[in-house]
Design a protein around this ligand. Structure first.
Ligand code: ZN
Length: 415
């Protein structure tokens, strides 16, 4: 197929060093759009076998903003405008990226400038705007990418002007989205575009700066200095972000995940603290039980001691020559001591008369079913000491060398 060549580049304005490559692109795109087919019966418009759709421009610009303002009336003018901006930018940026990919493959180009070249021409043929790239531009496939360009005849600014509406903000958000999408695909770097001046708000042109997100503010600042315009004016400029909603959603999701982690860590900490409290509670119960056991053993040994050390002397006193009156008092004393101690001392205690106070304590605890280890802890003596006491108790109770369980024996004494 022979494509008749143009000699003049008239669909786009570029610095001289880009002239030839854009002229080649213009020849290609012009021919591409010359092979047209329209068949309303089938609802079909095609250029070079590729299907296109026609959209009334105003419906995607000032009329879209109006509709969103009405829909989001309750949330205020600014939020409605931001939503419109984000929506139109995302759509246009996606279309720009997809169209770029399709043309790279059709034109079989690989160099970034060649890839870029068809974009503005395609833009002109599809009715978005014509493009004028300024000589200060340095489109390089890296972090230093800088493009400054105008879109004379932008369909967006035009739609507002045709309605007689003057805005306070730049309106050419689809122009910005489409061009940054195409360039992003051409240069393989992430790019954003800000429209710094717009005809819809009374500026002389619709002017854009395109750069990587990390550089855009710096470039706008530099431009404002050169143009002798206060930077304050440019601070208000919206810098669109492709699929901002997704980023916001991701941020929210990450924040939620972070909160869940914090909650989980706190729950784990509480669980641990709770476990510590439970363990302390168990230890306290054990201590309390040991104290109760010791108290019981102490009481029993105390009462036995009274019986041991007082009653024999009272008995001896009764055998001396005392008056009848003294005898009566002595009997009462003996009876009272017996009454005080008897109900409290178990039957087995009398059997212990020849046991030492310590052995009585041990025997009492053995009878209660307390282990040697626990008895040692209760009485604050070593394990071996308890074993030794047990041996002596068995001996004194006549159980030495007999296969009889000490506890069972002690219990049998109580029956
Ligand atoms: Zn504009």
């Amino acid at each position: 197929m022979t494509i008749p060549s143009d000699t003049a580049l008239n669909t786009v304005s570029v610095p001289d060093n880009f002239h030839q490559v854009f002229l080649t692109a213009q020849n290609y795109v012009r021919h591409y759009f010359s092979v047209a087919q329209s068949d309303p019966e089938k609802g079909l418009i095609e250029f070079s076998g590729e299907r296109y759709i026609l959209i009334r421009a105003a419906s995607l610009s000032n009329e879209f903003f109006d509709m969103m303002a009405l829909l989001y009336k309750d949330r205020g003018e600014e939020e409605a405008r931001n939503l419109s901006f984000n929506f139109l930018f995302d759509i246009a940026h996606s279309i720009g990226k997809a169209d770029a990919k399709s043309f790279f493959s059709k034109m079989k180009v690989t160099d970034p400038i060649e890839k870029l070249s068809a974009g503005p021409v395609h833009f002109a043929y599809t009715g978005w705007a014509s493009v004028k790239i300024h000589p200060l531009s340095k489109p390089t496939p890296d972090e230093n990418f800088y493009l400054i360009y105008d879109h004379p005849y932008s369909f967006e600014a035009q739609s507002w002007l045709d309605q007689g509406k003057k805005t306070k903000f730049p309106v050419c958000v689809m122009n910005a989205g489409y061009s940054s999408g195409w360039c992003e695909e051409s240069f393989g770097v992430s790019l954003v575009t800000a429209e710094i001046e717009c005809r819809a708000k009374g500026d002389r042109h619709c002017r854009f700066i395109m750069a990587p997100p990390s550089k855009i503010k710096q470039y706008i600042n530099n431009y404002s200095k050169k143009a002798y315009i206060k930077y304050e004016h440019y601070k208000k400029i919206d810098i669109p972000e492709f699929f901002k909603r997704k980023r916001v959603q991701d941020d929210l999701r990450n924040h939620k995940a972070h909160l869940e982690q914090v909650i989980q860590r706190r729950t784990d900490k509480l669980k641990k603290a709770n476990q510590g409290l439970e363990e302390a509670n168990i230890a306290l119960k054990v201590m309390l039980k040991q104290m109760e056991q010791k108290e019981k053993a102490d009481k029993e040994s105390f009462l036995i001691n009274i019986k041991h050390s007082i009653l024999p002397y009272l008995k001896q006193l009764g055998e001396t020559s005392i008056s009848h009156e003294q005898q009566v008092l002595l009997d009462r004393l003996e009876k009272n001591i017996h009454d005080i101690t008897s109900p409290l001392i178990s039957k087995l205690s009398s059997t212990y008369l020849n046991l030492t106070p310590m052995e009585i304590k041990v025997a009492t605890l053995v009878k209660e079913g307390v282990t040697n280890k626990e008895i040692a802890q209760s009485l604050n003596v070593s394990f071996n000491t308890i074993t030794s006491h047990r041996y002596k108790i068995r001996t004194k109770l006549g159980l030495k060398n007999k296969p009889k369980n000490l506890r069972s024996y002690l219990l049998s004494l109580e029956e």
